[in-house]
Design a protein around this ligand. Structure first.
Ligand SMILES: Cc1ncc(COP(=O)(O)O)c(C=O)c1O
Length: 393
């Protein structure tokens, strides 16, 4: 099946849908049994998508987990109340005191915070590494390195990692390879084809796609699936069937949404590359983006999220640009149908082992599904406000 067909069919097995098109919302804490035999059956099959107790899931979550495995691959998919919970629980499920973790320097900020604040407290040491290190990661692997964590493209600065090169070395040393695949959105990057063992996503972003649900997923290869499933269960992770219903709805338009996000974002990125105020465009599909060759080699497509760096300006001018936007609202998220903008003046403060080479602010855009000409007009007016402040000073 091609991706577009998979997107339509994923998680819609008859056992979940019955005679209607979508898997219904099945809400439950308590599951009741009429006989001891039925209860024993449920207990024996509680890890095998048989109704047992609400925290183990209901048909809605079984359908959604199946959908994620059909799209992203792996042997199973654990569900969490946020992308951050998926990241922290996936790591905690496979780490113990005295272990060492290699974390990409361009990780999403709360992932770093988790390492620096929580893992440190339980005696796990984190070493950050350059996202472009590739097979050179071998030099950083220690006897006690348990996990190598990747995020590709990197948060904010968009570096693409050589996932198979890192995975190969990791496996030679017995390390687990975890990837934050949120940008890949299950269909644009197939993690298990490139050596990833556990792939986490903030389904909050493109899977849900409508900015109205927090949700996390972790898919795993057969070898690690039982441990991920059981340890996440022990830590009490579960999700609301109403939210999962919305996520299943979101999946149905994932393909068309991503194609439109991609088309509009590439048009805007090309337009930005010609603007006199722009130093560089950090869009994975552009040669100017570090690691672009790995995007070309490994990805099926892009989406609406990318960054660009200014070649002039100050905080006042940046504020004037951001404050008056009509369509690009400011918000710490992405992946919904709407456009978003984020101005960042302090990239270096988010990194510890890589040097940020640019002097002026970075702007991250999430290009939504509005008409692209309206979005370009919005940015044009933003640059006019930006330049106005610079000429006045
Ligand atoms: C790359 C990435 N990973 C994980 C997360 C966390 O997701 P959530 O907000 O659902 O916890 C985000 C959120 O912005 C993200 O951008």
């Amino acid at each position: 099946m091609k991706n577009n067909t998979k997107i339509i069919n994923a998680g819609r097995a008859k056992k979940w849908t019955g005679n209607v098109v979508n898997p219904p919302v099945e809400r439950a804490s308590t599951v009741v049994f009429d006989t001891v035999k039925e209860m024993r059956h449920a207990t024996a099959n509680k890890t095998n998508q048989v109704l047992f107790y609400g925290r183990r899931g209901t048909s809605t979550s079984f359908a959604f987990s199946d959908a994620m495995v059909e799209l992203e691959g792996g042997a199973g998919c654990a569900l969490y109340p946020s992308g951050t919970a998926a990241i922290t629980n996936a790591i905690l499920s496979f780490i113990k005191a005295g272990d060492h973790l290699l974390m990409v320097d361009t990780a999403y900020e709360p992932t770093r915070d988790f390492c620096d604040k929580m893992l440190k407290k339980i005696g796990v040491e984190t070493t950050y590494y350059d996202p472009l290190i590739g097979a050179g990661i071998e030099a950083l692997i220690q006897e006690n390195t348990a996990i190598i964590f990747l995020e590709s493209p990197g948060s904010i600065t968009m570096e693409i990692q050589d996932v198979p090169a890192i995975a190969k070395v990791a496996h030679q040393h017995g390390c687990i390879v975890m990837l934050d695949n949120t940008w890949g959105a299950a269909v644009n990057f197939q993690p298990f084809d490139y050596g990833v063992d556990i792939s986490v996503q903030a389904a909050t972003k493109y899977i849900v796609g409508h900015s109205d649900v927090m949700l996390g997923t972790a898919t795993a290869v057969e070898k690690y699936w039982p441990q991920l499933r059981e340890n996440s269960y022990i830590m009490g992770q579960c999700t609301s069937p109403d939210d999962l219903y919305l996520a299943l709805r979101g999946i149905r338009t994932l393909g068309v949404r991503l194609r439109q996000h991609q088309e509009s974002a590439i048009k805007i990125a090309n337009w930005l590359a010609q603007r006199p105020e722009v130093e560089t465009v950090l869009h994975p599909a552009f040669a100017s983006c570090p690691g672009h060759e790995f995007f070309e080699r490994d990805f099926n497509g892009s989406n609406g999220l990318f960054s660009f760096v200014l070649n002039r300006g100050n905080q006042k001018a940046l504020t004037a640009l951001l404050d008056g936007m009509t369509h690009f609202k400011m918000g710490y998220s992405w992946g919904g149908f709407e456009s978003l903008i984020l101005g960042i003046s302090s990239v270096q403060s988010m990194r510890s082992v890589t040097e940020w080479q640019y002097k002026f602010p970075l702007i991250r855009l999430h290009v939504g599904l509005e008409d692209v000409d309206d979005l370009i007009d919005d940015l044009t007016a933003g640059f006019a406000r930006f330049n106005q402040v610079l000429t006045e000073n």
